[in-house]
Write a protein that binds this ligand. Structure first.
Ligand code: ZN
Length: 174
């Protein structure tokens, strides 16, 4: 189940969310459970819950709603709190047990997804480095071969080609 499936399943909550709603696939079952529970509650008790925003922040799930009648406040926020606590120990990418990882972007991931993320970062860094190396070599050759217009032209072509290749790679890796 993806986030877009939630939008279809809970149009009463997710049509026109004021400040946007999105998160990784791993947390979708948590939201499915939460919104299912909230929907039963609001139907049974005859009030309306408005979702204002759903997002990931500092590795945690944030589920913001509009005003709730005082008598239902505690029940509603107990459900939301449970879901947010569960997200802290659930990989946002795949839904397996996870933990919050520090770094430039704090995320909650399982070991496998964390390794994959670090690997992708490493590959991207490596590609940047090798592109810099290759460009340095070409630049050196171009400086040396200025006297030979044919060779010089080929080097410019080669440079363009390499740029294209790396752009494709960085798109796949990103
Ligand atoms: Zn995972």
């Amino acid at each position: 189940m993806r986030f877009t499936d939630l939008e279809k399943k809970y149009p009463q909550f997710l049509t026109d969310v004021q400040c946007g709603a999105d998160c990784g696939r791993g947390w979708v079952p948590i939201l499915d459970n939460l919104m299912g529970t909230l929907d039963v509650l609001q139907r049974k008790e005859g009030f309306t819950i408005t979702v204002a925003q759903i997002k990931e922040k500092f590795g945690g799930l944030r589920f913001y709603i509009g005003a709730v009648p005082t008598e239902h406040y505690e029940t509603v926020y107990t459900f939301i709190d449970e879901a947010e606590q569960l997200a802290y120990v659930t990989c946002e990418d795949c839904g397996e047990p996870g933990k919050t990882r520090q770094g430039g972007w704090i995320r909650t991931l399982c070991d496998e997804c964390e390794n994959r993320l670090q690997q992708r970062k490493k590959t991207a860094d490596g590609l940047c480095e090798s592109e810099r190396d290759i460009n340095a070599i070409i630049k050196k050759l171009m400086d040396e071969e200025k006297e030979d217009p044919m060779l010089y032209k080929s080097l410019i072509e080669l440079k363009k080609k390499i740029k294209e290749i790396y752009e494709v790679h960085s798109m796949v890796g990103g």
